[in-house]
Each structure stands twice: as C-alpha cells, then as structure tokens.
Design a protein around this ligand. Structure first.
Ligand code: DGL
Length: 281
C-alpha cells in the first residue's frame, strides 16, 4: 500500500475556502492541511482574469514551496478563470470546485432548471452553464431525455455577499435583505436546485434556505469537492499513512486577527495561529 504524508493545500481569496476546508477535515481527519486566504486582495470576484490568474499562480507556488501533495482551489472565481492554467503550469494535481458542484446539480435536478449564484467574474465567465451542459451530455440516454428543450441554467451574480461575509455580517438583517434582493427573481423561476457557486455562500446557508424555501435543493460544492478529493487520494495511494489527527496551518496576506476571529466563528472551534505572508504585496 502506497501513502503520501505531505499536506493538502487549500486556497481562497479570503474566508470562503474554509467551507471547503471544513468538509475536507470532516472526511479526511488525519490529513495535514495548509489553508491560504488572500485577505489583503479579497474580493477576487470583481477583478479581471489576468489579475485573478496572477494571484492564483502566486498562491499555488507558495503552497508548493510548503511541500503540498495536491492543491484545492477553494474559490469558484479562481476555479473559473485560473484552474486550467494552474493545471498546465504545475506538476501536482490541482482540483477546482466548479465541476463537482455542476455534476451534483445535474444529478439532483432530474431535468428541472438549475440556478447558480456566484461572483460577477464567475457568472460572467459562463463556466457553470458550459460545465452543466457537458455533464448533461455525459448522461445515459434515459437520463438525458429528462432534460427537455425548455431546460435552462439561471445564473445570477451576487457581488455584495462576499464583502458582507468578510466584514462579519453573518447573522444580520442587512445580509438577509441583500440575499432576498438577489434571490427573488431566481426563486420566481422555480429551479429544482440552487448551486452556491461561491465558497463564501455556504456560510450564509441558513439565510439562503429561509429565502428560497425547502423545495429548492441547495448544492454546496465544498461537500462534493471533498468527496472527489478523498476518492482521488485513495485511488492513487496518496492518503497519509498514520491515523493521528492532522495538523493545520493558516496563512493570510492581511489582518490575521480578523481572519482568526471570523474563522473560529465559522469553524466553531479554535484556530491556533494565523501567519501573515507579505511577499506578494
Ligand atoms: N470564495 C470566492 C469564490 O468562491 C470568493 C471570490 C471573491 O473574492 O470575490 O468565488
């Protein structure tokens, strides 16, 4: 049996990737994890492809310098605009969060419309529609027949949600009002499911579910990505060999205390230390 005791690298523009980190920790408790939040440069969702690519490359190289065995791009915006280039550039396996969420949405929607919310950059890239239609093409003839000609992907950018999360407005009325403002038009279309196409959004799951109601299933790409990563490590003999609880390190580009405070609130447990990396600024 082959093993690999190197850590897993996970990155996002800020706190959002912790939603993926949490799912990875749940199903891979022994793995060592390195999390990187680019808190000095968040949000990514209103930036150009070139900028997002440059930031994503810098962070990936940083994580590789720490000896990670794989990288999870725990950011839909970077996954939309930088994943393919990162995979071409680096030798280690790099996973994004778009395909796992899109695949699950196709599985659960049974031909019903699929709604996707995300940052402006993610929605503008059109990546979700593209991947969802690719996934439909891969279905069996019987399953494909469920998707009628009037099937559609409803995409909605929600640019105010990332700053609200990063500022800690997690349980505030104003956040619920903003969610209602964005999602009203989406729920009117009665989609079968709603893909949370930004890793910050699962932090607001309770509010989102109140607004959309119980009939629309929410898809959290963090959960789907964690499953895929676990299978990959198992199939490729890359799991950690010992069954000791994994170590965790956190790096940010600004304000470690703010990240620690909000991160602990979200994870529901203590974060030992957060290290600032200033080399990219
Ligand atoms: N969590 C990132 C995503 O999934 C947020 C991007 C941003 O910083 O705007 O898209």
């Amino acid at each position: 049996m082959k093993y690999n005791n190197s850590p897993i690298g996970i990155f996002d523009s800020g706190l959002g990737g912790l939603t993926v980190f949490k799912e990875i920790r749940k199903i891979l408790p022994d793995e060592d994890l390195i999390y990187f939040g680019d808190t000095a440069r968040v949000p990514y969702g209103n930036k150009s492809k070139n900028t997002i690519l440059m930031y994503s490359m810098e962070i990936s190289k940083f994580l590789i310098s720490k000896g990670v065995k794989i990288i999870i791009v725990a950011c839909n915006t970077s996954s939309s605009l930088a994943l393919e280039d990162l995979q071409k550039e680096e030798k280690i396996p790099i996973f994004g969060v778009i395909k796992p969420g899109a695949k699950r949405a196709v599985e659960v929607s049974s031909g019903g419309n699929i709604a996707v919310i995300g940052t402006s950059a993610t929605i503008k890239s059109g990546v979700y529609s593209r991947v969802i239609y690719e996934e439909i093409k891969n279905l069996s003839k019987f399953e494909k027949d469920e998707f009628k000609n009037n099937f559609k992907v409803i995409e909605k950018p929600c640019p105010l949600l990332v700053p609200l999360v990063e500022e800690g407005f997690l349980n505030d009325e104003i956040t619920k009002k903003v969610i209602t403002y964005y999602l009203d038009s989406v729920t009117k279309e009665k989609p079968a499911c709603l893909v949370l196409g930004c890793t910050h959004y699962p932090i607001l799951k309770d509010f989102i579910s109140e607004v959309i109601g119980k009939d629309i299933q929410m898809i959290d790409s963090g959960i789907e990505t964690a499953r895929i990563v676990k299978c990959f490590l198992e199939e490729n003999g890359m799991l950690k060999s010992d069954a000791k609880i994994g170590n965790e390190s956190f790096f940010v580009t600004d304000d470690p205390e703010k990240f620690k405070g909000l991160g602990e609130k979200f994870l529901g447990r203590a974060i030992k230390s957060v290290v600032v990396v200033s080399q990219f600024l």
